[in-house]
Design a protein around this ligand. Structure first.
Ligand code: ADP
Ligand code: ZN
Ligand code: ZN
Length: 743
């Protein structure tokens, strides 16, 4: 027996806020194990995969009680040291268990034990991939007795439903390409370029415009600080050429042999952005988004990690993608809510990216036409360096924004008569019109006219939305759906009425008012099918006169040059939200939607329908623009001691029983009070604004602190106490550091 018994400290995905010690597997030389390798370990009654944190010489658990690791999965670490370091920081900052944070950084296949390689070698730039069509899936491979090669290929493809690349067929003897061609001709197999990687040797046909002075200044500033940390806020109105600035910075980063990581809110909503990168750069582009298959995701991840993909574009979770040679981080639409993960490991991809840039000593660029109040505040404190693009690129003009007071106005389906006649005028000029309403479906309420019954969700404190297309009542909070009632379940009356307006209903109304003009609806329902959004967007760009009606999907990234009139049908929704960020969101949405319109020869007009034309913040926004609005909103935050002038942590709890969450939070509050310090306030517990959601009752307790360090000190001492509370096992609870939504 050796005297020295090495102990493996392992992070395991579990809700417990601690790491676990194991013995090395028999015959393993623990001194050869590097942090970041994956280990299969016994855990409770099951097995799981953890990440090695360190090899230590002693454990607080006596070694007789320690279990041994079952298997070492990697020779080389799956996660490089910088990602391990970033995960440790994120685990500490967000007070989330390290095992879960590390697990969230891994592609699903690695989490479940797949080898650190795509079979064969993974593609170098090219990824042409073959997969079965629906017809092909139904074919019995054994029925092809006279064509053994086709039969073998079919079998292989059936075993690999995500598709296969050329190298994987290499083991096939003989001419597999010939047999493949026959399968394609039969319509059983299709070949495509894998969406996670774009191939080399594309035609590069993107003329680089010469930069204007402001763009030049921005590019020079960022490129002047390559190889050291600096955060930049690129504040430029829609169409001012922010993307062009990103492209030029990346050009220089690539020229130095470094990689660029670009985070965007939702790739599915901005196919144009990826296309612009493809047109500009003749290099492999790894695109990471939620629509990838597990295999595609692993391929893209490995190409980023091993430096094969100089440019990596992804949604929020891509912030943890390892990079061989990080050169710059770019966060587009930095104000966007979708950069914040709202469940499980709750983190802000923007804030994690800033920390990662700091650790890597490289610059980071946060771009937006409507920067978050937090980022604007960080400019005033000197933490971020401000770069401004004040004008639209080329010669396009800013649209004029007007408030339309709809009080006392006759309305037809949420459309006031003045707006209707404006629409008519713009269409007559052969232009396009865009109408925005952030409510999908036909009507938000189904009401019995005889007894007042309202169709509500049984699992949520919410009404069911009527959908005409699907002929269903749907809950937009939990997804519940059921057929539309024909009779009132309470009084049996047949007089059921739909109240209020969603995009479907406006679409119908517009078709009635403008029977000769095509109306396109763009919302989550009309774009559910893969590729549907692109088809709709393509048809917008035909330039015919037409009307677009849509939800906030319209506010993101797209540019519609032929749109000359933008109508915001209901600005009042955002004015009185329960959340202290409601007015900031409303202002961002209005400016983003307004920014979709107009170009040089066709200036845009923006109309905002409201019942509150005198609302001070709305008035300020319209008359003096986003930045004056933001300054006033920040002043309000300062006076009310809200972020960014204080720090918030929300302790959330939920259970199937109404009382338990609040009881747990009361106990939690009592536990916190023992170690309270000056400068921290506890608010609550209170029921969440929507108390019941998806069948569970929710409540929260808010912690507010002037100094972040106090808050962290309290949390460090508090969490072990929380874990020991008797009710901690009966409710589901989670901490939300820097919460973005209080619902
Ligand atoms: P943003 O990302 O701020 O919305 P883009 O970079 O997409 O702006 O630019 C808007 C439009 O202006 C694009 O069509 C782009 O090609 C064009 N553009 C950008 N910079 C210039 C420039 N310096 N000169 C002429 N056109 C430009
Ligand atoms: Zn009734
Ligand atoms: Zn519901």
């Amino acid at each position: 027996m050796p005297k020295f018994q090495p102990i493996l400290r392992v992070a395991i995905p579990s809700p417990l806020h601690r790491n676990f010690d194991y013995l090395p597997p028999p015959g393993c030389d623990a001194s050869q194990l590097l942090p970041g390798v994956r280990l299969r370990v016994p855990f409770g009654r099951t097995k799981t995969i953890g990440i090695l944190l360190e090899v230590d010489s002693h454990s607080t658990v006596e070694s007789a009680r320690l279990k041994a690791v079952l298997e070492v999965l990697d020779e080389q670490p799956a996660l490089p040291p910088d990602i391990m370091q970033l995960a440790r920081w994120a685990s500490g900052y967000y007070h989330h268990p390290l095992g879960e944070v590390l697990s969230a950084t891994l592609p699903a296949l690695l989490r479940t034990g797949h080898t650190l390689q795509i079979r064969g070698t993974y593609p170098k730039g090219h990824e042409h991939c073959w997969l079965l069509t629906e017809t092909g899936k139904a074919i019995e491979a054994s029925s092809l007795t006279r064509a053994p090669r086709q039969s073998a290929l079919l079998r292989l493809l059936q075993a690999n439903p995500d598709g296969m690349i050329a190298e994987q067929f290499a083991e096939q003897t003989g001419d597999w390409r010939g047999a493949m061609r026959t399968l394609i001709e039969k319509g059983w197999v299709e070949s495509k370029e894998s969406p996670c990687i774009t191939a080399l040797d594309r035609e590069i046909n993107d003329p680089r415009p010469s930069l204007n002075a402001a763009q030049n200044e921005a590019v020079t500033a960022v490129c002047g600080s390559l190889q050291r940390y600096q955060a930049f806020l690129l504040d430029g109105v829609t169409g001012s050429g922010k993307t062009e600035v990103y492209l030029r910075i990346i050009e220089q980063v690539l020229a130095q042999g470094l990689q660029a990581l670009v985070l965007v809110p939702e790739i599915g909503l901005t196919p144009q952005l990826v296309t612009r990168f493809q047109r500009r750069f003749n290099v492999p582009l790894a695109v990471l988004h939620s629509g990838l298959s597990d295999r595609e995701r692993l391929t893209a991840w490995l190409m980023a990690r091993d430096g094969q993909a100089p440019i990596v574009i992804g949604t929020r979770s891509a912030v943890f993608t390892p990079l061989a040679r990080p050169g710059v981080f770019i966060i587009d639409e930095e104000h966007d809510l979708s950069l914040k993960q709202q469940e499980g490991f709750r983190y802000s991809a923007r804030d994690v990216a800033v920390m990662r840039a700091h650790q890597a000593q490289i610059p980071i660029v946060l771009g937006s036409a409507t920067p978050s109040l937090e980022s604007l505040y960080n400019v005033t404190t000197g933490r971020y360096h401000l770069l401004t693009l004040p004008e639209r690129a080329g010669s396009a003009l800013h649209p004029a924004i007007e408030v339309l007071d709809v009080r006392h106005q006759p309305m037809e389906d949420s459309l006031s008569l003045p707006l209707l006649s404006l629409i008519k005028r713009h269409l007559a000029g052969n232009n396009q019109v865009l109408l925005f309403l952030n409510r999908r479906g036909y009507a938000p309420t189904l009401l019995c006219h005889d007894c007042g019954w309202v169709a509500e969700c049984r699992r949520c404190d919410a009404r069911l939305t009527l959908h005409h297309g699907s002929r269903l009542l749907q809950c937009h909070h939990c997804g519940t759906q059921r057929p539309i009632d024909k009779h009132c379940p309470k009084c049996s009356s047949a007089d059921l009425r739909s109240l209020g307006h969603g995009t479907e209903r406006i679409e119908q109304a517009l078709q009635r008012h403008f029977p000769n003009t095509p109306v396109l609806r763009i919302d989550r329902d009309s774009t559910r099918r893969k590729g549907a959004l692109q088809t709709l967007l393509d048809s917008v760009h035909t330039g015919e006169s037409q009307i677009l009606i849509g939800t906030q999907m319209l506010a993101k990234g797209h540019h519609f040059p032929d749109v000359t009139l933008v109508g915001i049908l209901d600005a009042d929704q955002g004015l009185f939200g329960a959340d202290f960020r409601a007015s900031e969101r409303m202002a961002q949405l209005i400016i983003q939607v307004a920014g979709r319109a107009g170009r040089a020869d066709k200036p845009g007009q923006v109309i905002i329908q409201t019942h509150h034309p005198d609302h001070p913040l709305l008035h300020l926004l319209i008359t003096q623009g986003y930045h004056n609005f933001a300054a006033a909103a920040l002043e309000e935050r300062r006076e009310t001691h809200l972020p960014p002038f204080s720090n918030l942590v929300l302790l959330r709890a939920e259970a199937g029983n109404r009382e338990l969450p609040q009881q747990f939070l009361s106990e939690a509050r009592a536990a916190a009070e023992i170690q309270m310090m000056a400068g921290i306030e506890l608010l609550g517990p209170v029921p969440a604004p929507m108390e019941k959601r998806a069948g569970r009752y929710r409540a929260h307790l808010l912690l507010q602190a002037t100094r972040r360090s106090d808050l962290h000190r309290l949390l460090d001492a508090w969490i072990p106490r929380l874990e020991k509370l008797p009710l901690a096992r009966k409710v589901r609870w989670a901490l939300d550091v820097d919460p973005m939504e209080m619902f």
